[in-house]
Design a protein around this ligand. Structure first.
Ligand SMILES: [Fe+2]
Ligand SMILES: [Fe+2]
Length: 129
């Protein structure tokens, strides 16, 4: 996954920093082999738990209008990641590898440009009010 300031910066430093870290962790997992993949995938999952939990807190604390939709999407993705991670920990990396290779970039582009962009705009507008 290639970071582009133009496409990916949403203007909220805490969110942008987290998203940059997310890219780095996905790329590290993609490049990792053997036991390093197990570690890299677990690190990506742990980071995503915190990433989503922070956004969930911001949404709840700011009365974000599309709260339910965004929370449910986070829940759905975490459920998949946790399931893949359990399989990886047992030595089966095929699903996790396919997810990293074929799905995660597309998911992020859509999620960030819709749900996260809306949340960033909402938080910025509130900060200015
Ligand atoms: Fe996000
Ligand atoms: Fe999000």
């Amino acid at each position: 996954m290639e970071w582009s300031d133009e496409r990916h910066v949403l203007g909220l430093a805490a969110m942008d920093d987290t998203h940059r870290e997310f890219f780095a962790l996905v790329n590290a997992a993609e490049a990792a082999a053997g036991p390093a993949f197990v570690e890299a995938f677990a690190a990506l999952c742990a980071h995503t738990e915190v990433h989503f939990a922070n956004e969930d807190t911001w949404m709840q604390e700011s009365a974000f209008p599309a709260l339910d939709e965004h929370l449910n999407e986070h829940r759905r993705v975490l459920r998949d990641l946790r399931r893949f991670n359990e399989r990886v920990a047992k030595g089966s990396t095929m699903m996790a590898r396919a997810y990293i290779r074929e799905q995660v970039a597309e998911w992020f582009e859509l999620h960030a440009s819709t749900m996260d962009a809306a949340l960033a705009a909402h938080l910025k507008a509130r900060a200015m009010a």
